[in-house]
Design a protein around this ligand. Structure first.
Ligand code: GRF
Length: 180
């Protein structure tokens, strides 16, 4: 698990593994690039091991040595190519929009939802995808959709999409670990 955001997707993955929603899996370690990442505190409170590692191949490969897959959540940088090569089709990310729309460098957090509202979109949602060496361009594994109403603020859309994220990410991880 690689985390930098507030940690809500990380929490949902930990809970989903513990409840068997993701069968035969556990979140072995939460890795963040800085001790300041709020997700670390959430993970520790849930009894999950944490590590702080720079975004470099050596430290990350050591951190993820016992892992079968890596889930990024709120991680805004590209992973080193060596890490992607060591986990082929096993590095996942979640994006808070329906890719390929509203993705790419700089499209994160509230920027995404503000762009969706500004474009007059009638629907949004989330996308779980495999990670490659481009932002938000890996193969799409799963999408969930919700309505966007004309009166919605970006915050309204963000809240609706986040609920979907917490369902979609465990489901997609279960599929990947099951070979799907
Ligand atoms: C989520 O909206 C996710 O889609 C994006 O970053 C955010 C992380 O939120 N990649 P959280 O840390 O999981 O609450």
């Amino acid at each position: 698990m690689g985390a930098k955001g507030r940690g809500s997707n990380m929490r949902s993955l930990i809970v989903a593994c513990r409840r068997g929603v993701v069968p035969n899996a556990e979140i072995a370690v939460v890795v963040a690039p800085s001790e300041a990442a709020p997700a670390l505190e959430v993970a520790r409170a849930m009894g999950v091991a944490t590590q702080v590692a720079p975004n470099e191949a050596g430290p990350l490969l050591r951190s993820f040595a016992d892992c079968e897959a890596i889930c990024l959540a709120g991680f805004l940088r590209l992973l080193p190519a060596e890490v992607l090569a060591a986990f082929p089709d096993r590095v996942l990310n979640i994006h808070p929009a329906l890719l390929p729309k509203f993705g790419g460098k700089g499209m994160y957090g509230m920027h995404v939802h503000a762009a969706v509202v500004a474009a007059g979109e009638r629907e949004s949602g989330c996308t779980v995808h495999l990670v490659n060496e481009q932002y938000d361009e890996g193969r799409i594994l799963l999408q969930m959709r919700c309505r966007v109403y004309p009166s919605d603020s970006a915050e309204d859309v963000a809240a609706r999409v986040l609920k979907l994220e917490h369902i979609a990410y465990p489901a997609a991880l279960a599929g990947v670990l099951d070979g799907g």
